[in-house]
Design a protein around this ligand. Sequence first.
Ligand code: SF4
Ligand code: SF4
Length: 175
Amino acid sequence: MIKVGYKENWVDKLYIPAILQGLWVTLKHLITPQKNTTIQYPEYKWKPYPKYRGAHRLNKDEQGRVKCVACEMCATACPSNCISIIPAPAPWDDRERYPVKFEINMLRCIYCGFCQEACPKEAIELTEVYDFAAHSREEMIWDKEKLLEMYDITINGYYEGKPGTFIYTKKKKGK
Ligand code: SF4
Ligand code: SF4
């Protein structure tokens, strides 16, 4: 709690009560069992809470088509300027445009979720996926195909277990 206008009294100026308070916290952590804060990744993986903002996906409609209508609202809302879209006339009757190119630079993204908030079609979504990496910067620019593939692999959940828990995912070497 922040105390506005708090003035130090003579006890505060001694600093000893504050030091003792700090030492008490340290002692408490030493003598009471704590939950694990370090895990043996990748043998164990953490299941994020539902509102976690990880890697993006482009959602598909019930016919398996990209939901995106290339309105570019997400790119406009993006504070990192990391979404790039090239629209084209849609080959379907139910919309005017669709994206021929849709790219997100995952290295520039700050995972704020503004793109998801701005999307009028619920076409872009941040998933729970946090463990993605690449060998080059180019690979971290995710194109439309990759973002649609993310839909396929995350639609039924990605990590196992209950949110906030660690799940053993594979056997350690030699076992
Ligand atoms: S999460 Fe934020 S920074 Fe990343 S693409 Fe969306 S709007 Fe841009
Ligand atoms: S993802 Fe949503 S906001 Fe972005 S261009 Fe497509 S429909 Fe528009």
